[in-house]
Design a protein around this ligand. Structure first.
Ligand code: ATP
Length: 204
């Protein structure tokens, strides 16, 4: 059983994330994709980051009944800030029968050399990389454990979703429907969260 780990702050999860997760679970040899929600890093400012369990809940809503996707809070209980190599070691020990692989965008592959013990990650785990237009891959794409995929991309970010919400604009279709419904009835990411407003051009 091969599990693909897709790490992110998912603040909030959006359709761009779900397209990647579903592609990897349905069009590669990965059996399950776990969306691993990164906890608040105590060293980073938290002004725009929703609470860990709110973000996890939104990922659960996004997944709904899809049996090939799973929301993971594994890093909530690990020392912070979490390092991928430590999370992988923890998971390997907890689930000895499973094989873990990483899922990341080409932009992340390009900076992988900065990660703690990245040579060990590359040696011991496969990395499923989806190309991101306008981002160079950096050279590690030739490593035998790196597998490259062309996935149709949606050009949106969680930052954009948060800005829309803080301005009272609709994020329907940009996030899975259950996430949209939940956010409509919630104060998450609304203007009171202190998120900078999008600049308006003169005359608006
Ligand atoms: P933010 O705008 O807050 O930085 P984000 O949308 O980039 O957030 P993350 O939680 O950082 O979301 O994303 C998790 C992973 O998903 C990252 O590796 C990121 O590169 C990737 N990702 C983000 N947006 C997209 C997208 N539209 N399509 C594919 N991958 C994406």
């Amino acid at each position: 059983m091969k599990i693909g780990l897709f790490f992110g702050s998912f603040n909030p999860v959006h359709t761009g994330h779900m397209i990647i997760a579903n592609y990897m679970a349905s069009q590669t040899d990965i059996n399950e994709v776990w969306l691993v929600v990164s906890p608040q890093n105590p060293l980073k400012p938290k002004v725009t980051l929703a609470k860990d369990y709110d973000r996890l809940h939104l990922v659960q809503l996004a997944i709904g009944g899809n049996p090939h996707l799973r929301a993971s809070n594994v890093e909530f209980g690990l020392p912070k800030p979490s390092f991928t190599i430590d999370t992988l070691a923890f998971l390997k020990e907890k689930y000895p029968g499973r094989e873990f692989a990483l899922i990341m965008g080409g932009d992340n592959l390009a900076t992988l050399y900065k990660w703690k013990n990245y040579e060990m990650i590359l040696r011991d785990y496969e990395i499923y990389v989806y190309r991101r237009p306008e981002h160079a891959l950096g050279g590690l794409e030739n490593h035998p454990h790196v597998r490259l995929f062309e996935v149709p991309m949606l050009n949106i970010s969680a930052t954009y979703i948060r800005r829309c919400l803080s301005e009272g604009k609709s994020v329907q279709y940009l996030v899975p429907d259950a996430v949209f419904q939940y956010l409509e009835e919630s104060t998450l990411y609304r203007a009171s969260a202190g998120i900078p407003q999008l600049k308006k051009s003169p005359g608006q």
